[in-house]
Write a new protein. Sequence first.
Length: 324
Amino acid sequence: MSSEGGSEPGSDPAGSGEDGLTGGGQSAAENGPAGGQRAGGGNGPAGGQRAGGGNGPAGGQRAGGGNGSGEGEEPGRLLGELAALRRQARSARHAYWLPLLLFGLLSCVSIPFYVMASPLTRGPSGSRAVALTSGPTLPILGGAPMQGSFFLGYYWLIALVGGYLLCALWYRRHARLAGLQTPARGYVITGVVLTAAALLLPPLSQFSALHWLSVAWPGDLVVRGMFPFLIIAAGLWVLAWAERSRALAVTAVVFTGAALLANLYDVENLLYRLGWNPAGYNWQVTIPNMLLPTVVLLVAGGAAGVAAVAARRRRAAGASAGPA
């Protein structure tokens, strides 16, 4: 009994020891959470995937950084380049320097007509100057203040209409050269329509059926014969909008102020305070009024022309250096 009882415990532990070690080895080596799979790193969450970094959050994507800040900077760079191209295109489209210089020169040419339109007055030596008049006058365009000068009013009629038509041709030519078109049609239409209104308003308001048109009479703005400068100023406002130019808008503001001052104030009073006191002929005190807006046109047009030439040279230099 004791031997059988002893044999059973002896055999069982041997067998269980052999099998137990084997079973324990399989359990530890094959299926245990800390066994071969953790060491080999096949599928464990902390095994090969973490070490290899193929798809884990701390693996290849974090180290590579392929989709990080580089893609965020790309839209900003493209927007910057687009804004630069827009500024270059707008600068290439600007061509308002010629209208400024053109009407400035036309204003200078009007000086002899203001001299001839001077009213009868006594000169410094006692001689008398007689205003040259002939035919029907154009009061709004310059005839009324000069006792009905024929030459001054008709000069401004031709100068304004011809000047705006030349500007239309200039912008059409510039569009072909630059490849960009400025919508200058409104500018030309505004100038021509206002000139036609200044021409037709006085005779039409004489008819009894159209007597109500007299309310549109400019009043004191025609006293000094400078109303054509206000027509030019109205055109500049439209052109500044078409050109999308802040510089031209500033020019329009300054020129409008100068034109209003020339129409409503005797500019020679300022010259008196500076020591110039012309005596005698009335044209000596009329010319300062027309010279004030004229100088604004010439200075602004010259500055715009220089800026346009400089911008064209920069574009040419950039285009030649681009392919290299």
